[in-house]
Design a protein around this ligand. Structure first.
Ligand code: TYC
Length: 101
């Protein structure tokens, strides 16, 4: 019987780049009521009351606040829905998105 040689079995795996996450950013304005901002943050981003208040008050004080990060399409859909919720009530509430570094 011929000698069996076991060569190491290696497999070259392609490097898959992880798609960039995108930030949803809440922008302050002078008109939208604080309570309404908190309600939208809870409804559209599943934040609890404490988290939603902290995000709202940070945007109020500093001008903007990152709400959360998601894959690009999810971030854009959520930002649009949340902005539309304000517009439906006549408020200039604004959510934007930008890619994470
Ligand atoms: N600045 C608003 C007010 O004083 C409240 C507010 C906070 C609005 C955050 C938008 O992104 C915002 N009524």
């Amino acid at each position: 019987m011929p000698a069996t040689i076991n060569l190491p079995r290696t497999k070259v795996l392609p490097k898959t780049e992880r798609p960039k996450l995108h930030k949803v950013i809440l922008v302050n304005d002078d008109f939208t009521p604080r309570d309404f901002v908190v309600t939208v943050l809870k409804a559209e981003f599943s934040l609890n009351a404490d988290q939603a208040y902290r995000v709202m008050i940070t945007a109020h004080r500093r001008g903007v606040c990152v709400v959360a990060v998601f894959p690009k399409d999810v971030a854009e859909t959520k930002a649009t829905r949340a902005t539309d919720a304000g517009r439906a009530k006549g408020y200039p509430l604004m959510f934007t998105t930008e890619p994470e570094e």
